[in-house]
Design a protein around this ligand. Structure first.
Ligand code: PLP
Ligand code: ZN
Length: 401
């Protein structure tokens, strides 16, 4: 293993990797640091060509020590699908969608769960607990089942019902809360005061982000180490965008990409856009967003603990943050399905709604390479499209037009 220590991005304090630590003493999330000189000596870009198409191909840049602790269902290396028709409509010659919907459990949360659960197992945890907007709960339940760990999951009552089914099917202890993820978080905190469980809340353990980081590693590799100009990401807790930025930083330190990073765009829903507001006001932290509500349920995070890291990723890459309406999200979801055949989740569709705004304003230029990150499959959100087909009797004929 090439991970050397955990480091606080706020105050610089370091912690060793072999103990279970959550946040830094100062309250900030911790990041895993690697001996990148050693990684450089152990791994070349060409080595990767021979490796399996899963996120474990980057194992030297991941925190799991022993191969036998890896809990995997083959996750990773999701396709980069060209969106030629939609791109043409936007006047973009190179528009792609990275489709995380094909992963086990149907969303990108699988990456964080695979790496987080593997590391939790390695560190000897027996029970993990987390608040979730649904998809992370489903993914962690599944990987915990595979690892033989107990998962305690607390999610809002309004989370998509499929997420309950996933947790229950995997045998997790599931609780619903009549409130938001922030309320679920308070219940988890009270449970932790009385139990010796491992707190795997978003960014409260340092390993989930390492899994999410592999999205950035894959994008760089899929573009032959010449990353695109823009990556558009649907931002809730922000782990994905922080992870992608961390990946790019590590790749630049390895000398595998040059220092010109893609501009990172954080998309939020108009009904819950604390990061967008903070960015518009040029702030380094966000404020709690009251009465958060959006159809893109995974984006309902009123205040993210890693908000300052999301904002740093945007500022450092000359990116931007913007909000899109639920109406535009649903339209984008419909358009991608009917034009390109991809039924994606509302959170992912938010990235197309954002790209539409950004091409209109000229922030994205026609020749630029743009990647939309679709974080999950639309199959987990069947109610976002409500068809009303005619019901025929067995002897009926189809109407002739
Ligand atoms: C489908 C989907 N997309 C995006 C997000 C937001 O993720 P992040 O924490 O990386 O901002 C979530 C979080 O629940 C989600 O479920
Ligand atoms: Zn600190």
């Amino acid at each position: 293993m090439y991970a050397t220590h955990l480091q606080c991005p706020r105050c610089g304090q370091t912690y060793e990797t072999e103990q279970i630590v959550n946040l830094c003493e100062c309250g900030s999330p911790l990041l895993v640091r690697y001996d990148l000189e050693k990684v450089k000596a152990a791994l070349t870009k060409d080595d990767l060509l021979l490796r399996e198409p899963s996120l474990w191909r980057y194992r030297q840049l991941l925190p799991v020590k022993k191969t036998e602790n890896i809990v995997t269902m083959g996750e990773g290396m999701t396709p980069l699908v060209p969106l030629d028709k939609i791109g043409g409509q936007l006047g973009l010659s190179s528009l792609y969608l990275k489709d995380e919907g094909v992963l086990p459990t149907g969303t990108f949360k699988t990456r964080g769960a695979a790496v987080g659960v593997s590391r939790a197992k390695e560190l000897g945890a027996k029970t993990v607990i987390m608040p979730t907007n649904g998809n992370a709960g489903g993914a962690w339940s599944a990987y915990c089942a595979r690892a033989g760990l107990k998962a305690v999951i607390v999610m809002p009552q309004d989370a998509p019902s499929i997420n309950r089914v996933e947790c229950a099917a995997a045998g997790a202890d599931l609780y619903l809360v009549d409130g938001l993820i922030s309320d679920a978080g308070k219940i988890v905190a009270r449970a932790l005061a009385e139990n010796q469980w491992y707190d795997v809340s978003t960014l409260k353990e340092p390993y989930r982000i390492e899994g999410k980081k592999t999205m950035g590693l894959e994008i760089a590799e899929q573009f032959q180490w010449n990353p695109p100009d823009v990556i558009v990401y649907p931002t809730g807790g922000g782990v994905g965008i922080i992870g992608i930025y961390k990946a790019l930083t590590e790749l630049a330190q390895l000398g595998w990409i040059d220092g010109k990073f893609p501009r990172l765009v954080a998309v939020q829903a108009a009904g819950c856009a604390p990061i967008v507001k903070a960015w518009q006001e040029n702030k380094t932290e966000s404020q709690f967003w009251p009465d958060a509500k959006t159809i893109a349920f995974g984006l309902t995070v009123p205040k993210a603990i890693g908000d300052f890291l999301v904002l740093e990723a945007i500022y450092k890459t000359d990116g931007c943050a913007l909000a899109v309406s639920d109406e535009d999200i649903l339209k984008a979801q419909n358009d991608i399905a009917s034009e390109e055949g991809l039924f994606i989740c509302p959170e992912g569709a938010a990235t197309l709604a954002a790209a539409r705004q950004l091409t209109t304003t000229g922030w994205i230029k026609p020749h630029e390479k743009v990647v939309l990150l679709n974080t999950g499959t639309g199959l987990k959100y069947p109610k976002t499209i409500e068809p009303n087909p005619p019901v025929l009797q067995p002897d009926d004929k189809l109407p002739v037009d």
